[in-house]
Design a protein around this ligand. Structure first.
Ligand SMILES: Nc1ncnc2c1ncn2[C@@H]1O[C@H](COP(=O)(O)OP(=O)(O)OP(=O)(O)O)[C@@H](O)[C@H]1O
Ligand SMILES: [Mg+2]
Length: 146
């Protein structure tokens, strides 16, 4: 896997980084997003969806768990494992449907089922801190492995 590190200075930049990756995608794949609360995972998911040509509004699926969009160049399944983790068989159904599946809090799946998912793209979004250890407003480090 190739590892790319980018600095984002705004939600728009995070959106655009995701948009660019998705717009070059031409096959179904599994994307795992990791990062603390509020890091920007859903922001990244929105950019990713738009890069696939998805027309539906992408919102945080935290309480629904899964949202499906079919208006882009490939089906887009947006999953959030923060509160609820879907079982492997449902996940396998989505993966078998030739969809682009993006999962926020993917590490929760691995912690609960003690099984690693076979991701094609891993994204880690981290807050950046100044010399005093304080979080720098609007700044994030985005590490993409693909
Ligand atoms: N550089 C940045 N990239 C992304 N979001 C940013 C950035 N700077 C500030 N923000 C703000 O941080 C918040 C990120 O929210 P978002 O819902 O995308 O995070 P999340 O990682 O999905 O959180 P959760 O773990 O609750 O699902 C938004 O309010 C956004 O405006
Ligand atoms: Mg989120």
């Amino acid at each position: 896997m190739e590892k790319i590190t980018k600095i984002s200075n705004s939600p728009e930049e995070t959106f655009n980084i995701a948009f660019e990756i998705a717009s070059k995608l031409n096959h179904p794949c599994l994307i795992g997003l990791t990062g603390e609360i509020g890091a920007g995972k859903t922001c990244f998911a929105k950019g990713f969806a738009e890069g696939l040509g998805v027309k539906e509004l992408i919102t945080s699926p935290t309480f629904l768990g899964v949202s499906e969009s079919y208006s882009g160049k490939m089906p887009f399944i947006h999953i959030d494992f923060y509160k609820k983790v879907v079982p492997k068989n449902l996940l396998d159904k989505f993966l078998g449907d030739k969809a682009v599946v993006l999962i926020e809090w993917i590490e929760n799946f691995e912690a609960i089922f003690n099984e690693k998912l076979n991701t094609d793209i891993n994204v880690l979004i981290q807050y950046l801190k100044d010399k005093e250890g304080l979080i720098i407003d609007n700044m994030r480090e985005i590490i993409v492995e693909m």
